[in-house]
Design a protein around this ligand. Structure first.
Ligand SMILES: Cc1cc2nc3c(=O)[nH]c(=O)nc-3n(C[C@H](O)[C@H](O)[C@H](O)COP(=O)(O)O)c2cc1C
Length: 245
């Protein structure tokens, strides 16, 4: 089997849970800097707890605690299939590749995700060009003081789709909804989100509207890959190997 530089070798493929018949894996990433006092973190962890109760293996990552720099627009990821910066991005992205489901959570900071999470998101250009999370499922969570949670959760949902995955749902709340805890409306929604995520992964559920969106992105990037095969050689090879060209 041919694997372009930076792609999974057979040995790493064999470590993928599905390839080994192992437990489903769900990764939760949260962009709040408030650590244990974060409402978003609580909701992400609640979603993970529901998934775990349904048999999934889960991992929670506090993105604000990671050593992460901003994208420096060097374009090397398009050549190599991974980032050249020596920080924690590649390890976290690898965990995403090994997960079946990804929960993304952020507080609203001035109408958007936090800068901490955006640093991580901006590093995903190669992943978006190559729809590298295709076949996986996601879920989105956003909390706000008063507003912007719906837009921010929708942004995270769109990001999940741009990465090639399908989003099973989103949860958003404001301070008006009161403290987040088991039994609160957001707490119940976050739990249900975890259950939906596990069920969608187990059933390989298709969301037709999202599938159309993913296919539209694939058509868009197909043209670009042909045009930019010299500037994006790793990505071009990835597309060839996938049989998408
Ligand atoms: C720098 C900063 C910017 C914020 N911007 C907004 C905002 O634009 N709209 C809003 O409704 N709440 C805003 N908030 C409030 C947070 O979104 C809200 O308290 C959120 O639930 C915090 O989540 P956390 O507990 O997970 O950190 C902001 C808070 C901070 C610290």
């Amino acid at each position: 089997m041919f694997f372009p530089a930076g792609m999974l070798s057979f040995a790493s493929f064999a470590r993928i849970p599905e390839a080994r018949g192992m437990r489903m894996k769900i990764l939760g990433l949260c962009g709040s800097p408030r650590k244990d006092n974060s409402r978003t973190a609580w909701l992400v962890q609640r979603t993970l707890a529901a998934a775990e109760e349904r048999g999934a293996e889960t991992e929670y990552i506090d993105v604000a605690r990671l050593k992460l720099g901003p994208c420096v627009a060097c374009d090397r990821c398009h050549h190599l299939g991974e980032c050249v910066q020596k920080d924690e991005f590649n390890a976290i992205f690898r965990s995403m590749l090994f997960a079946d489901g990804i929960v993304l959570g952020s507080p609203v900071y001035i109408y958007h995700v936090t800068a901490q999470l955006k640093l991580f998101i901006d590093r995903l250009a190669n992943a978006i060009h190559c729809l590298r999370l295709e076949g996986k499922y996601g879920a989105a969570i956003a909390t706000a003081g008063g507003s912007g949670h719906e837009e921010t959760a929708s942004y995270l949902e769109r990001l999940i789709s741009r990465l090639g995955a399908q989003c099973v749902g989103k949860v958003g709340c404001t301070l008006e909804d009161g403290p987040v805890k088991p039994g609160s409306a957001p707490g119940v929604q976050a739990w249900e989100l975890g259950v939906h995520l596990v069920e969608a992964i187990a059933a390989k559920k298709e969301f037709p509207e999202q599938r159309r969106e993913i296919e539209a992105r694939r058509s868009y990037f197909r043209q670009l890959m042909v045009k930019r095969q010299d500037q994006w050689p790793w990505e071009y090879r990835y597309w060839l190997k996938k049989g998408w060209l």
